[in-house]
Each structure stands twice: as C-alpha cells, then as structure tokens.
Design a protein around this ligand. Sequence first.
Ligand code: PEP
Ligand code: MN
Length: 339
Amino acid sequence: MLVVMNPNAPKEHIERVREKILKLDCKPHEIFGKDNIAIAVLGNTKDIDKEDLSILPSVQHVLRVSKKYKLVSRMMKNEDTVLDLNGTTIGGKDLFIVAGPCSVEERESVLETAGQLNELGVKFFRAGAYKPRSSPYAFQGLKLKGLQYLDDVKKEFGMQIVTEVLNPRTINEVAEVADILQIGARNMQNFTLLEEAGATGKPILLKRGMSATVEDLLLSAEYIAAQNNSKIILCERGIRTFEKATRNTLDLNAIPVVKKHSHLPIVVDPSHGIGIADKVPAMALASVAAGADGLMLEVHHSPEDAWSDGFQTLNMADFKSLLDKVKQLAPIVGKELTI
Ligand code: PEP
Ligand code: MN
C-alpha cells in the first residue's frame, strides 16, 4: 500500500501518517519523489481500509500495490532511480561502465590492468578478492590480500571499486574497500547476506541468479530496499538454459521487463552472459540497444594469463574498440558514453 502525500505536505502531516501506519501494525517507509513524498505501508496490509489513511490531512491518495515486491516497483515510485557515485550517475543518461579482471591477481597484474583501463577513462574497476567457484579446489581468491590490492588501485588511480561480498562474515572488510558491493549470481537468494549488505548503506550491484526469474531478482532487491537502502543496481548476467553452445543464455528480455516493473537501474554483464570473449562485444552492444543502463565487462591486460575466466575476458584492444562502438550506438537509445 502506498500513501501519496500532497506536494508541500508539512512535516506534522507526514508524521501523522507514519504514526497511523505504526498503529495499524505496519512499517512506514518514506519514498522521496521529485516533487512530493510518498509513504509505503509495509507488512500485512490486507485488512487495512484505504479510508483509514486517506482521511488524514495532506494525503493525496492511497493505492494498493499488487506486486509482491513493493519498494522497488514502479507503482511505488514512477521516476527512474538515478544513483550518484562521486559524480558518476547510474540509471540516467550516462552509460555506466565497470571493467576489470574476473579475480584480483598479483599486485603488478592488477595495477597493470587498472592502469590501462584508467587511461581509457574507466572509473569503476571490478575484480573479485573472494571468488565463488563451482569447485572447492579452484582458486578461491586472494581474500584480504586481494582487498589490499584493490585499495592500492583506488589510491594509485582514484578508481572506484566494485567487488563481490560472499558472506555476512566478511561484509565489513569488503565494505571498507568497495564503493559498490557486488552480490553474485550464486548468492542472489542468500537473504541474510542481502539484508546485512543492504544495512551497510553501500550501493549494491545485485546479479541475477542463474535460475532466477525477473520477479525473483526484484524480490531479492526488495530485501535490500527494506533495509532503507535504495542504492541498488540490478545486473543481468545470463541464465541457465538447455543451450550448451554458450556458457549461459543472456536474457536481454529482462532489460525492458525490469524497466517496466521497477525504477531501479539495470546493467548487463555479457562476459558471464555468453562466456566467449570474441562474442562478448556483440552482446554488449545488444544490451545497450535493449536499454541497459551500463555494462560490466571482464577485461585483462593479458587474458591468456588470467587466473579465472580468461576465455571470456576481453583484451584492451577489443575493449577499446567496443567502447568506440558503444559511444556511437548510445545516442540512438537516448544514452551517452562520456568516458
Ligand atoms: C563475477 O562477476 O565475478 C561473478 C562471479 O559473476 P556471477 O556471480 O554472475 O557468476
Ligand atoms: Mn568471472
């Protein structure tokens, strides 16, 4: 349920609505629009009479939100959410680009890749210090040492860091370095992790689970939003289908569908989505054409030497040539690539 207040509703009237919601055994959650404020009623609203709230002063109207997810839905907030991360906007006109290797590797290697990306104007660097691997015998990431190298990238180049947090135990150490906390496909429905990561107040990049529906993805985002954290970036990274010719099936359908049902930005990771380096640019361009707000790409100064996912990782020349094409394509879909 959503209580939409009149523009210029005085604080006392907003407070009265909040008190009333609490009295009805629900939780109020304020949503700030461009011109006015709305108050979401969270909890069991089935038996609440709309009249109970609509008679309060400065209430414009009350509506029922039929979706299972509420805070992240367009019904709750019609305008697109645009995040501002130290001057980079995500979800607006600008296309957001995150690039870097799959894993944090030796210091020299990480700094080499980051340095080359920085030269190209990339502001957000990705690399996992904690790696979720299908096999327990595969490289699990450099962990604390990896976080230290990411911090070095930050200090050396002023780049912002996107890195994965795997479990609630390590949230604090990861959040100290990360500008955006990544929650990976395998953890999309780790609800404790979603809540605890959300509670840090840090921006969260939430990847779609490999067998999750768009509704599942939005419900997971709702867990974060319910922690009073609306700094959420959704990420389509491909789903498992019967198709074996590619690592995953990049579900481009998800982009316009998410845009219809949610105000949150959505970026695409075509590297994991198709999993074959020379086919990544095609899917990156298709993602932009379909309305994605940005791209997350695995890029390495020497993909043959990458410690993980080298087969789907772009080298610098191919990454640069992709950026040039994205720059040309972006205006056709009302976007811009300014890097
Ligand atoms: C990653 O981005 O490094 C990653 C592990 O991706 P996903 O969670 O989408 O598999
Ligand atoms: Mn990877």
